[in-house]
Design a protein around this ligand. Sequence first.
Ligand code: FES
Length: 276
Amino acid sequence: MENLPFLLRPQARCPSLPLATAFNSSTQRSGRVVVPIPRRHCRRRSARLAVADEMPRTKGSWSSDEDNAFDWLDQWYPFAPVSDLDPGAPHGKTVLGLTVVAWFDGGGEWRVLDDACPHRLAPLSEGRVDDKGRLQCVYHGWCFDGAGACKFIPQAPTLGPPVHKNSKACVASYPCVVQNKILWFYPRTEPEYKDVLQRKRPPFIPEIDDPSYFTVFGMRDLYYGYDILLENIVDPAHLPYAHKGLVPKSSSVDDPGRYVPDLTRMSPITFNVQLC
Ligand code: FES
């Protein structure tokens, strides 16, 4: 399983630290980063990391209560910051092994569907949004609405049966919502999850919507787990080497060849990790 990390991307005047936490979802074509940084703190070279409250709990690990076992498919996952999504085109991504496509429909909403046309399984992310606000498959032109219903099959006779209404012509649709300027989706397509938003919302990160903060979004694929990433965050010894030339440093007086962090130019890094 690959990982979809939330990374802190350094702002030019902020320390080049890989402040990060990870959602353990996966992305084939991109990973995504959210960094709310208090404006008042940035000049002092500090940052506060807002961490979503979902952290993995799996049976047999540190959660012995089966009822509290973490269900990977019962969580909201970030698809992408809306600012990175062109509403005029479909966007494909793989999350938790699911290939999905996000697009902005004619009703003015972001939608997330399976990224496979029900006709010949062509990726819908390779298609286009037509002039009626429908997602059109690039292969034979079948068109789908925001709910995944097929609305048009160009090859079907005009006076023939409405074959586009056949349930096999529909695409599975995932619950999705825009929150904190991020498009989130829920990886279940069964009818009982259609209104999942009413009982469970994505993790809310108030700093992103707080005008006293500015948010830096960035995307990056990391081909390792969130646990490795967190260990990296709390491992400052790697900074002068893995980020050579990017972080403040000074040489040891006693041993000029030895790099030591210049703590006078860096503020403590604080983490706010909420475990469910
Ligand atoms: S594969 Fe999509 S319309 Fe044929």
